[in-house]
Each structure stands twice: as C-alpha cells, then as structure tokens.
Design a protein around this ligand. Structure first.
Ligand code: NAI
Ligand SMILES: O=C1O[C@H](COP(=O)(O)O)[C@@H](O)[C@H](O)[C@H]1O
Length: 257
C-alpha cells in the first residue's frame, strides 16, 4: 500500500536514487534546504532540518520518514556535523515522535564503523577470499568526526525507539554510485550500493515492520565485509547487484554460467 513518506535531503544523491526507483510507489513530501532543480514527484518543502517549526510542519500526515539530510563528507568539520547531522537528526526524530509517525529510516554510514578496518585486516578485508564480516551488533568504531555524528544519530534512534515507541532502522550505507561500482577502489567495490538496490532497500524500510534495527546498506558484493543478514531478515531486502559482475570495469562483464 502507498504510504505518505517524508524524504529529507531529497535533492542529494541518495535521494535521487530513491526517487528514481520509487517515485510512483509512495506519496512523497520532499524536504531539502536547497530548492528543487526540476519536476518533483511530490510537494517540495525548502527548509533546514535544524528549523524545528518547519520540520514539525513537514511531519503533518506522514507515515514514514527517510532521513538523509546532513553533511555527507567524511572530512566534514565538527561544527558542521554537530549542527547538520546531530542537531538535525534530533530535530527530525523529535518531530516524528511528536507527530505520531510510525517509522524513521536513518541514513547512517560505513564511517560509523570505519576503524574496524585496521592495518592488520586491510587490504585483505576488501577481497573475496577474506571472510571477516561486521553484522551490525558490533559497537560503533568511527573513522572520523563525521562517523561519530552517524553513531550519535544511531543512538538518538535507539532513544526515540525506546522512549517514544518509534520504529527505527539505521542503514549504514556503503558507497553509492550510479551505473557501476567505483573503479580502482577495492574498499568502494566491497561496499558498493547500486542505485536500484538503494531504492529497493529504502522501499523495504518503508514497508517492513520492525522495532530498532541497524543494517548494512550495500549490494550483494562478493568482496563484502558487511553482513546482509539483518537487512534480509528484518526488512526483506533482496539485493540484485554485485560489484564482481563489473570486474573493475564500467560495463557489466560477461561471466561463464
Ligand atoms: N552517498 C553515499 O554513498 C553515502 C551517503 N550516506 C548518507 O546519506 C545521506 C545522503 O547523502 P548524499 O545524498 O550522498 O549527500 P548529498 O550531499 O548529495 O545530499 C545531502 C542533501 O542534504 C541536504 N542538507 C544537508 N544539510 C541540510 C540541512 N541542515 N537541512 C536541510 N537539508 C540539508 C543537502 O542540501 C543535500 O541536498 C547523508 O546523511 C550521508 O551521510 C551515508 C553513507 C554513504
Ligand atoms: O558516508 C559516506 O561514505 C561514502 C564512502 O566513503 P569513502 O570514504 O570510501 O568515499 C562516501 O562516498 C560518502 O560521501 C559518505 O557520505
């Protein structure tokens, strides 16, 4: 059944992947501090997520929120992640709880756990023969202040689930690229998320029933060191892409059956 979904950060890359696959599937209200550049599949609210009144207004009549807005730069400075990622996420969770929204999907990141990639584990960790897997039950181990802000967002989600009964899923997104996996970048190939798998994953976040979950948001890459088990079991995620099918190329590589 179509649901009313508020998509924050709608003007960005992840928003583009989601709307590219799901424009017709739900009733969308889009929010971003940057105004839209073309036709949009729903009402567009130009607002900053730290503006509590504007965010509260945008929650009216909403069933589910996909919260993407924030500073996505791994090298982002503390003042930016504090404002946009931590304060912004708290404003969104609080308004969602107040408005009686059912579910919030929070865009977390691989950088919340980036320091599991220790010198003694890499680069083997990024290769098919290595069977080390993070599964979402591990403690955060951020690789930068941006990763710290994503771990804080996950903790805010835990609090708003436990104290305010929101269903919350934190998606530790890998590396989203359109068309093909990153070239000459083993880490990026290990955590590649294709556009169509991204849209499908967030569709499952809207439709599935869950309490509080941390899942990894990647395609089913042979090189993966993130488990897809929770995403499959809790959400019904069924990824279709695999960076190995490109073999480091920009085009799909034919492989023997
Ligand atoms: N693209 C990727 O591979 C990954 C993305 N993520 C997360 O997914 C989310 C979206 O990332 P992208 O689409 O790649 O970034 P992006 O920079 O393309 O899009 C982010 C959008 O959020 C908006 N925004 C930022 N701060 C805002 C604020 N205070 N109020 C309102 N709007 C604001 C920006 O205007 C922009 O349109 C981010 O939270 C990022 O940390 C996490 C892991 C990987
Ligand atoms: O969280 C994010 O992660 C991806 C992948 O990280 P990278 O350090 O391997 O590039 C990044 O591209 C994206 O901008 C960021 O938001």
């Amino acid at each position: 059944m179509a649901q009313s979904v508020l998509l924050t950060g709608a003007a960005g890359r992840v928003g583009e992947a989601i709307l590219g696959g799901l424009a017709e599937e739900h009733e969308w209200r889009l929010l971003d501090r940057d105004p839209p550049t073309g036709d949009q599949p729903g009402e567009f609210v130009v607002a900053d997520i730290t503006d509590a009144d504007a965010v509260r207004e945008a929650m009216d009549g909403i069933d589910a929120v996909i919260h993407l807005a924030g500073d996505p730069r791994p090298e982002a400075p503390w003042d930016s992640v504090l404002t946009n990622n931590i304060d912004g996420a708290q404003t969104v969770f609080e308004a969602a709880a107040d408005a009686g929204v059912e579910k919030v999907a929070f865009a977390s990141s691989n950088h919340a756990v980036g320091n599991y990639e220790t010198d003694d584990r890499t680069p083997d960790l990024y290769r098919t023969h290595d069977d080390y897997l993070l599964d979402g039950t591990e403690l955060p181990r951020p690789s930068n202040l941006y990763g710290v802000s994503k771990a804080a967002g996950e903790t805010l989600g835990r609090y708003y689930h436990d104290e305010h009964d929101l269903s919350v899923v934190c998606v530790r997104i890998g590396n989203l690229t359109e068309g093909h996996p990153p070239i000459d970048y083993e880490r990026g190939q290990a955590m590649w998320l294709s556009y169509r798998d991204c849209a499908h994953l967030f569709d499952r976040c809207i439709r599935a029933d869950y309490d509080y979950e941390i899942v990894y948001g990647i395609s089913d890459n042979d090189r993966k060191y993130y488990s897809l088990e929770r995403a499959r079991d809790a959400l019904g995620y069924e990824p279709r892409d695999n960076s190995a099918d490109f073999d480091g190329e920009e085009r799909l590589v034919e492989r023997d059956a």
